[in-house]
Design a protein around this ligand. Structure first.
Ligand code: SAM
Ligand code: SF4
Length: 338
């Protein structure tokens, strides 16, 4: 496709959609309480997952036809998918038509396998990493992830630093009464290691259905607690969901993602592809669009493009978490792709 032929994807609320989250597996080696049930997850059959070729074809359409500038690989746990660097290599070469620059290719991972593959991912062209880590205390980590792997994750973070990823963001889902006493510890950890903590408000996407509003730790409280110890000031930012702050002493940044208390839907520029090829225009969308059916019935790029446009035409203004008309999605976070 020539660089003259891209068509920006605009939704009914005049938002330019340009960021694609791709879930590459529904499986995971952890069972975080806020995401998966302890037992009984039904995994997709291998044949149901999009192949690397199918993912790469769709990614090419989003970047080259719709001028998307960001792709994030997620899951489930993306590093449990075999030969991940091969996929990264296929995607990292995509060029954004409007800027002629490579697409920003990021990944969110629980970090437990990074000692094994961080270097290969870097060499394959992965640009950025978010690593999830909910507690620095082994017992609380174990309680939240239901796996005793804090050491592995900390070592994975070291491996990512050694491989040259920078800046690395640390995703922390805050849950009242569980890890909210560690806010300042995480700030200190980030300052010491040159990492950017991103505190995420707990969303009602847990498979156990245990979410309640009183388990949400409001972003404002997190900002306040950090500012009391390490003074911070806001950093202006684009459509990204995180509100960013920098330390006044120059020792780095933190972010908060106030998905529940201050939804950022008005700036939302993202869409999602599930591991089995369902296209979703919101984490909380109740409808999805089957791109795999088009791919596997020999559909043309034009047919895929028309389906994507039609789907984006249904993107809603925003979710209503905490309001009476909120509809809890039937899929959990690991099934949609966080
Ligand atoms: N397995 C990888 C990981 O944990 O980083 C990638 C997938 S995970 C679904 C993506 C992100 O979603 C993680 O940072 C995770 O903490 C976050 N997440 C999962 N369930 C959540 C929930 N109910 N509320 C807020 N964030 C959640
Ligand atoms: Fe796995 Fe990530 Fe979900 Fe935890 S948050 S269970 S690591 S997919």
């Amino acid at each position: 496709m020539s660089s003259q032929r891209f068509t920006p994807l605009i939704d009914p609320f005049d938002r330019r959609v340009r960021d694609l989250r791709i879930s590459i597996t529904d499986r995971c080696n952890f069972r975080c309480t806020y995401c998966m049930p302890e037992e009984g997850m039904k995994w997709l059959d291998r044949a149901e997952l999009l192949s690397f070729e199918e993912i790469a074809r769709l990614a090419r359409i989003f970047v080259e036809y719709f001028d998307f500038d960001g792709i994030r690989l997620t899951g489930g746990e993306p590093t449990v998918r075999a030969d991940l660097p091969v996929l990264v290599e296929k995607l990292s070469g995509l060029i954004i038509p409007s800027t002629n620059k490579p697409v920003d290719l990021a990944m969110t991972t629980n970090g437990s396998s990074l000692r094994l593959i961080a270097e290969d991912l870097k060499a394959a062209g992965l640009s950025r990493l978010n690593i999830s880590l909910d507690s620095l205390d082994p017992q609380i980590f174990n309680l939240m992830a239901r796996r005793n792997h804090l050491d592995k994750v900390l070592d994975g973070i070291e491996a990512a630093i050694e491989a040259g990823f920078a800046p690395i963001k640390i995703n922390i889902v805050m849950i009242r009464g569980t890890n909210d006493h560690e806010i300042v510890d995480f700030a200190t950890f980030g300052r010491d290691k040159g990492l950017q903590p991103r505190f995420i408000e707990f969303m009602p996407l847990d498979a156990d259905g245990a979410w309640t509003m009183d388990k949400v730790v409001p972003a404002d409280e997190i900002i306040q607690k950090i500012n009391d110890v390490y003074p911070i000031e806001p950093v202006s930012h684009g459509p990204e969901p995180a509100q960013r702050f920098r330390y006044k002493d120059g020792m780095g940044e933190i972010g908060v993602i106030p998905s529940v208390t201050k939804p950022f839907c008005g700036d939302c520029d993202r869409v999602r592809l599930t591991a089995e090829g369902k296209f979703m225009t919101c984490l909380f969308a109740v409808n999805d669009f089957d791109l795999r059916a088009i791919l596997r019935s020999g559909g043309t790029d034009k047919e895929l493009i028309e389906q994507i446009k039609a789907a984006v035409g249904t993107k809603w203004a925003g979710h209503n978490i905490g309001k009476v008309n909120f509809i809890r999605p039937s899929r959990s976070m690991s099934q949609i792709g966080g």
